[in-house]
Design a protein around this ligand. Structure first.
Ligand code: C2E
Ligand code: CA
Ligand code: CA
Ligand code: CA
Length: 278
């Protein structure tokens, strides 16, 4: 039994070691990904739930490692956050998104509002207001065409975050609460912050209209948003029944595979031009 115990300890430490090794390698590769041009943005449209007209797009970070399997955002974005690499990468995402929207406008397409996801670290570290204003200025993107997606937990930072978000909102950019309902610890921040939009988390949309509990949550979030005069967007809408249910309950916009999967900039542009002809 003693022997076995020792073997097991060894076995676990080898496994742990491998895990740490993989993690180190990932970190090392991520450190060079930006300069190597391995990051890309995927574009996913949002639309008015009633008319189906495109109302904006969310950009989602993708990492294309040469000759390797694609890393999922949930994994590599966590590493970017933990290492602080999200600071330069997050700025790149803002710049890239802004540049693309302005390029499309110059090519004769209408202005489109672009939503960018932020990490908690981007609120805590560095000067987000300055970064955002620099990006707006150098790109020529009107501030109203930029929307920042934050999660509820990022708003629990107290006074300092409150001032920061007020300054961002004073720049004219829109603020959205992402994954709304998953971190529901207090709603008082909805009053304190200049929030414009609530995004109902995909986990509450998935089983509508068949699951009475999810129906109740989705309906309650929509009612809350409407009474606070906030725009409400449902994410992860995959079926016409889900869209119907959300529409009947007063949701404003939707996003999800039913409308389009996240696309490369080129594919998104083609999709968008098609929509404009309809
Ligand atoms: P999120 O902001 O909640 O983004 C929505 C996720 O749902 C995306 O996953 C999207 O591909 C996926 N999705 C969209 N429609 C559907 C649908 O109809 N059905 C299903 N099953 N899934 C759908 P993705 O691209 O893997 O991104 C995961 C998360 O990574 C995002 O969740 C966001 O929190 C984070 N993220 C992505 N890009 C960035 C970024 O540039 N910066 C930061 N800080 N975070 C990012
Ligand atoms: Ca988001
Ligand atoms: Ca979300
Ligand atoms: Ca989500």
């Amino acid at each position: 039994a003693k022997e076995l115990g020792r073997d097991q300890v060894q076995f676990y430490s080898v496994e742990l070691n491998e895990q740490a090794q993989r993690r180190l390698q990932l970190e090392g590769e991520l450190r060079h990904a930006l300069e190597r041009g391995e990051f890309e943005l995927a574009w996913q449209p949002k639309a008015d739930i009633q008319s189906g007209h495109i109302s904006g797009a969310e950009v989602l970070l993708r990492w294309q490692r040469a000759g390797q399997s694609v890393a999922t955002p949930d994994v590599f974005i966590r590493v970017l956050e933990e290492t602080g690499l999200i600071m330069p990468v997050g700025r790149w995402v803002l710049e890239q998104a802004a540049r693309q929207i302005v390029a499309w406008r110059r090519a004769g397409l209408p202005w489109l509002r672009v939503a960018v996801n932020l990490s908690a670290r981007q609120l805590r570290q560095g000067d987000l207001v300055r970064t955002v204003s620099e990006v707006l200025e150098t790109s020529g993107l009107p501030s109203a065409q930029l929307e920042l997606e934050l999660t509820e937990s990022m708003l629990m930072g107290g006074e300092q975050h409150q001032r920061l978000l007020h300054r961002l909102s004073a720049l004219g950019v829109q603020l959205a609460i992402d994954d709304f309902g998953t971190g529901w610890s207090s709603l008082s921040y909805l009053k304190r912050f200049n929030v414009d939009t609530l995004k109902i988390d995909r986990s509450f949309v998935r089983d509508t209209p068949h699951d009475p509990e999810d129906n109740a949550i989705a309906t309650a979030v929509i009612a809350l948003a409407r009474s606070l005069k906030l725009r409400v967007v449902a994410e992860g809408v995959e079926t016409p029944e889900q869209r119907r249910f959300l529409l009947d309950n007063g949701c404003d916009e939707f996003q999800g595979w039913l409308l389009s999967r996240p696309l490369s900039a080129r594919a998104f542009e083609a999709w968008w031009r098609q929509q404009l002809l309809l």
